[in-house]
Every structure is written in C-alpha cells, then in structure tokens.
Write a protein that binds this ligand. Structure first.
Ligand code: GLA
Length: 727
C-alpha cells in the first residue's frame, strides 16, 4: 500500500514502513523499519533539530542554524548542498558536475514497475503490489530522475529502480547513477557482506560500522567470487533469530558497489548500484537511462527472518519459467569424473550407471567441441569434436535419451579462444582496446556482447543446438574476469558504456533463449559461483554454487549463499573422494546430505563406487525426490551455523507446517563434548509430529526441548523428517 498525505509518502508492506517526505523542495527519507500504523505531521519526523553544525551548507538562505548535514536524503546528488557520498553525478555540456534534484511530482499505480531490458522481480495477478514514481528535476541542467518504487505487501519487500532522463537540448554524461541510496537515522549497526574467492565463495563477514565509507564492489565485469552485491545492516546484538536486520541486494550481474557511509551524526547512508568506475553513459537530449533494480527488506526476526523474505521473493517472483514450480531433474555431470578425457563410450557408461540410481539427466561438460582437450583453444567453435564423439552431440543425446534420461550440455557462450576459427574469422569480436595486448584469463578472451552481430552469433549457435529438442539443459559457464574492456565499435564516446552494455547484451540473449526454449533448464555458472546473483536467477533458476564440491567446505559456502539466496537456486553435487579441491575424504552419506538441500547432482563416475556407496546414492536420489518440495519451497531456519561451531543444523519446514526436515552435520567430532540440544522453529505448538521411525513428539517439545546433536565422530550427518500426525 502506498499513501500520500501531507507531503509524506508512506510505503507499507505487511510488516514494514518506508516513509519519505518533501521538505524545502528536497525529497527526504524519514524512516524505514517496522510498520508504523499512522504517520504524524512530518514536522515531527524532520531531522532538522539539534545543535547548529558549523561550516556546513545552510538549508535555507539567511538561516545559518540548520544545515544540509542534518538532512536524511533520498537519492542525493553530487556537488550541491549534500556533501556525503552521492547516488548520482553527471558532467554537463558546460563542464560542470553539479546536480540538484528537486521534487517535481509523483504518481501511484497498481502493479509492478519493470525496468526495461533488465531482470527484475515481478508481480502475478493476485499479488498486492503497487508502485510509486517520484519525479525529481534539476532546474539548471534539465536532468530528471524518476525514482520507481514497487511495494510487495505480502512479501515484505520494496524494489526500486531509477530512470534518468535528459530533458535538455544538450547531451550530458552520467558518471554515477546508483539504484538505491537513502539515509537511515541510526548508525549503531553491524554490517554483513558475503566475501570470498574461487572455491570459497560468499563467506559472511560481520563488522561494526565505523565512520566513513565501507563497501564491497566488483570491477571484474562479473559479480565475482570475491564480493557479492548484497549487504545487511543489523542491530549489534541481532542474531539468526532476533534483532532488526535490513537487507539490500542488487539484481545485476556486472560491476557493482554496495555499501554504507556512516557520517558524524549517527546517520548511515546505505547505497547499492552500478560501479561508477569506468561508467560514463552519454545521454543525448530526450534519451533515458534505467538503473538495475535494487531490493530492500527489513525483518525484526534476525538474520534468518531477512533470509526467509529474500528466499520466498526470489524463488516465487524473481525466478520464472516452467522450472520455477516443478521439481528439477537430478543430474550427473562428467566434469570431475573425466575432465577433458572422455569419449562417447565413457559418457554412456557414466549415464548407464547413473540411470541405475534413477538419476534423470546426463550433462556433458567442457571439451566436447572444436579441438578442445585442455584449458586452451576452441571456445567459440561450437561444433562437436568427432574424435571424441563420432556421432556428434545429436548421436550421443539420442543414446542418452534412449536410456530414459534427458541430455544436457556445457557451454561457455561469452568466450572466444585466441586459437579458434571464430577468432581467426573475427579478431575484433572480443573486448579489447586497440594497441593494447589483451590480457588472457584461462587462455581466453571475452566476446564483445555490446555488438549486435556477436549477440546474433550466440543466439544462432543456440538455435542450432537447441532447435531439434534433444538437449534439455544448458550449463552456461563464464570463466574469466574482464580486462582491457573496450569495444571496436562506437568510438571514444561509447567506451564508458561497455561494461554495462555488455551486461545488457547478456540479458538480451538470455531473454531470447528462455522465451524461445521455455522447456530447457538453464543453470548459471562462472568458474563455480562468480556470478551468483539475482540477475542470472531471473533467467536461470539455478546456479552452480562453487567449484568446491567438498562436503565440509560446501556447508560454509551454502550457508553464506543462503544468507540472501534460496537453496532452490543452488546447484549442489556429490563428488568423489578424496575430494579434488581439498583432498578431504567424507562419507558418501554426508556428501549426499549436504547436496540434497540444493539442486541435487552427481559429479563422479558412479561405476567406481562399491555396492554400499551405490546403495547410498540410490537412497539419496529417492529421498531427494520425496523431500525437494520442502527444501525448495519451504522456509529455512539455520538452527546452528557452521561458522564458529563444529557442526551445522538446518531446518526446512513446509508452508503448511506438515513436514519438517532437520539436517545436521558434525564437522569435527569431539571426544567428551556435551550434547547440543537444538530447538526447532516455526512448528505448530499443539500439533504432534512423528519422525521416520514412528516416534511421536509434540510441536512444543521440539521447539522447546529440541533435538540432540552429538559430536561422536567427524563428518557424521543425519536427515530427520518429522511429519505432522493427522488428528
Ligand atoms: C568451470 C566450471 C566447472 C567446469 C569447468 C569446465 O570451472 O565451474 O564446473 O564446467 O569450468 O572447464
């Protein structure tokens, strides 16, 4: 619901309020947090009382008692009265860089605002969603900003995107245009960000805010392994289950900044958007520019409460297509089983053993095309290598289909190898800057997706592969960060647009593909989890979470990923032991118990397993098919997080509260350790629940006494399923 009254905008979700007001021509943010039933006269809420702040710009001419440092600004601009980190700056035709946006009107509509050409959260017919457009204008430059908010009442989330319009008769260059920027009137927060590296993505880091700017970012052209476009601000004493938590996420797959500026007056300016580094967007008269969408949520039920809001919104209103709602196939992937060393016979033997365990999809990974037998060459030449696959992809796929399995294929469509026919035919199709030798990454170059002919090449490659319908799944990989980011087309003025235009080009291709091939399941991947973001999730409902498939490492990676993203989005595979990334040996049961909560897959040659492990795999696949509905559509409670503990416990509960799954993992057994009693959450207190062996417990017993976790040995895991006993 959006209410405009007495110059104040009140955006209400079920449990939150977001309040802005117009004051002296400026748009101020007055409050974001737990829902307030009635907004008083805005004078009561204005942040202008208090001691005079010497040396700062005055709000009103002739009145030195009130300064702009007192104002909590929505969408601040550079160079005029607000001297903190801006959301927007532009260089105008006269060389100046000053903008002062003033309020110029608003519009409230039903339904969701959708940023054109960009992935975004959407509304369905019966959703209670309304949108607010606030128009801001700079009188001198004639630059305008439309702040577009959408309020998802039942989901407790607010989305926003900004449209910048050039209403003048001269071009100007946007140098910074963030998606979200507003001031919270308190700063005694901790901040959580998700940081890491290849094979250890999204490790939560938590630290108290200090004065100044603290931010995460990417300048790699992709989201990155290292930082993620997410952060949370939370009470210093907030934990998984209690305390106030704000969460911010950008639905975007390229360079970003996400951070906070804590000022000297206990105000925290939160911001998120496209990274301004090497972003210069020329806007001709009449043209407009739309920022990616940012999502903000608030919960007073701790970090877990915030995560549950993101999870539900993303799995129901960001992911789309047929696979949003149906169980996705259990897959087997040959990568860690064979790497580049395979042929048709080998792949078929892997598929046949997998079929015995009722695995449903055989995915052929890297190395099937051109002359590729290692990490160099042939990217871009998407023709089957007939030395390995004498019957081509089609021949292999038909044989896999004949086993009663679906067939899927690895692609790295955004790449070109220097040693490839594609590169020899079109040496200027890669991102590069004339006169500079492009730096290689994994021996490869990145295609220039800002060019239409390149995008058409990629689309037609997929049309050729997917047109006949024997491929049901694509693993879309992207294995390097970008360097020397320039385009051979567009001249000097276009170079500051390349990073973002690349991402728009990527989205255009993906949009084309998901519309044209609605029954193909796409899984995102980027050297593991370097592009795990909401942008990709709009096109691909699952993403390969990490190249690290070790069960213990995955507990940490999946935990960190789940801070913002749902388990239904996480590709999670069981691999061989000793594990290929950390050489740890864990039991098959634990490997399965860790993967089963995500999108289950296997990435090993099952033919090499002994009978006991093979039986274990069969049980896992069977259990997954029964339980995935709860893992993927239910609510997650992280009862014990792996960081700082020798164990982890997750609870998944179905929406009707009839099924509760408790997954517990001992990372390190500790002789003489006391038992932990872990209290379950969210059950029906008065209901009775029975576990797999038929023992019955009341909901209030499970929530107050709990279940026992014993540290008897390393790498022990358990999955307990409680079902409500019908009375
Ligand atoms: C990346 C992916 C892996 C695998 C290889 C193939 O590293 O993350 O899963 O597909 O590429 O080269």
């Amino acid at each position: 619901m959006i209410i405009f009254n007495n110059n104040a905008f009140h955006l209400c979700t079920k449990n939150t309020s977001y309040i802005m007001a117009v004051f002296g021509g400026r748009l101020l943010n007055l409050y974001y947090g737990k829902r307030i039933s009635r907004v008083p006269d805005i004078e009561q809420m204005l942040p202008i009382s208090g001691p005079r702040i010497f040396s700062c710009p005055d709000i009103n001419e002739g009145d030195i008692s009130v300064s702009t440092d007192n104002l909590t600004v929505e969408y601040p601009t550079f160079g005029s009265a607000d001297l903190r980190t801006p959301a927007f700056s532009a260089r105008y035709a006269d060389g100046s860089e000053v903008t002062r946006f003033e309020y110029a009107g608003y519009e409230i509509t039903e339904g969701k605002y959708r940023p054109e050409g960009l992935p975004s959260v959407y509304a369905e017919e019966n959703d209670t969603v309304s949108s607010l457009k606030i128009i801001l204008e700079d009188r001198v430059s004639k630059a305008a900003a439309e702040l577009n908010f959408s309020v998802f009442e039942d989901y407790d989330a607010i989305t926003r995107s900004v449209k910048i319009i050039n209403k003048s008769d001269k071009a100007f260059d946007i140098e910074k245009a963030l998606s979200l920027c507003f001031d919270l009137r308190r700063s005694d927060f901790d901040m959580i960000t998700l940081n890491g590296a290849w094979a250890r993505e999204r490790m939560p880091e938590r630290m108290p805010l200090r004065i100044g700017v603290q931010q995460v970012e990417s300048m790699r052209g992709i989201t990155s392994h290292h930082e993620n476009p997410f952060f949370a601000l939370l009470d210093r004493n907030a934990d998984e289950n209690s305390g106030e938590v704000y969460g911010f996420n950008l639905i975007y797959s390229g360079n970003f900044v996400a951070g906070v500026q804590r000022d000297s007056y206990n105000v925290a300016r939160a911001y998120i958007g496209i990274n301004p580094q090497n972003f210069v967007w020329r806007l001709e008269p009449g043209e407009s520019f739309v920022t990616p969408e940012a999502v903000s949520v608030f919960s007073d039920s701790g970090i877990g409460g915030m995560s549950r809001i993101f999870h539900k919104l993303y799995r129901e209103r960001l992911c789309r297509g047929v696979y949003r709602d149906i169980r996705r196939p259990v897959l087997i992937n040959n990568w860690e089983a064979t790497y580049f060393d395979f042929n048709e016979e080998k792949i078929l033997s892997i598929a046949k053993t997998a079929k015995q365990a009722d695995i449903e999809l055989m995915v052929l990974d890297d190395g099937w095309f051109g002359k590729r037998n290692g990490e160099s060459g042939s990217l871009g030449d998407w023709v089957p290598n007939t030395d390995k696959l004498p019957n081509g992809i089609k021949g292999l796929a038909e044989k896999v289909n004949a086993l009663g399995m679906k067939f899927g294929l690895w692609m790295e469509p955004e790449m070109v190898s220097p040693d490839s026919d594609l590169n020899r035919a079109h040496p200027d199709w890669c991102l590069h800057i004339g006169g500079r030798t492009p730096t290689l990454g994994r021996n490869q170059l990145v295609l220039d997706l800002t060019r239409k002919e390149v995008r058409e090449y990629i689309k037609s490659t997929f049309d050729r592969l997917l047109g006949d319908g024997y491929i049901s799944y694509i693993k879309w990989d992207m294995n390097r960060s970008m360097t020397e980011v320039g385009s051979a087309v567009g001249g000097a003025a276009a170079q500051g647009k390349v990073y973002h235009s690349y991402v728009l080009g990527l989205y255009e291709i993906m949009e084309y593909l998901v519309n044209r091939y609605p029954n193909v399941l796409f899984e995102g991947c980027s050297g593991g989890g370097a592009r795990f973001d909401g942008g990709i999730l709009h096109y691909m409902p699952q993403i390969w979470t990490s190249d690290d498939t070790d069960a213990v490492e995955r507990l940490y990676i999946q935990y960190g990923t789940s801070i913002c993203y749902p388990y239904s989005a996480m590709g999670a595979h069981v691999s061989a032991v000793p594990n290929h990334q950390v050489w740890r040996t864990t039991p098959m049961k634990m490997r399965g118990d860790v993967s089963i909560c995500g999108q289950l897959g296997y990435e090993l040659d099952l033919g090499k397993l002994d009978e006991a492990d093979m039986n274990c795999v069969k049980e896992q696949v069977k259990a997954y098919k029964e339980l995935s509905e709860v893992f993927h559509n239910g609510d997650l409670y992280r009862l014990l997080v792996p960081v700082g503990n020798n164990a982890a416990v997750n609870e998944f509960i179905s929406n009707d509260k009839n099924t509760v799954i408790v997954c517990s993992y001992i990372i390190k057994g500790t002789p003489g350790a006391p038992h932990d009693y872990i209290k379950l959450k969210g059950l029906e207190a008065g209901a009775d629940y029975a576990d797999q062996s038929g023992r019955a417990f009341s909901g209030d017993y499970l929530m107050n006494f709990g279940v026992t976790v014993s540290y008897t040995s390393d790498h022990k895991s358990d999955i307990t399923v409680f079902k409500r006993i019908k009375k």
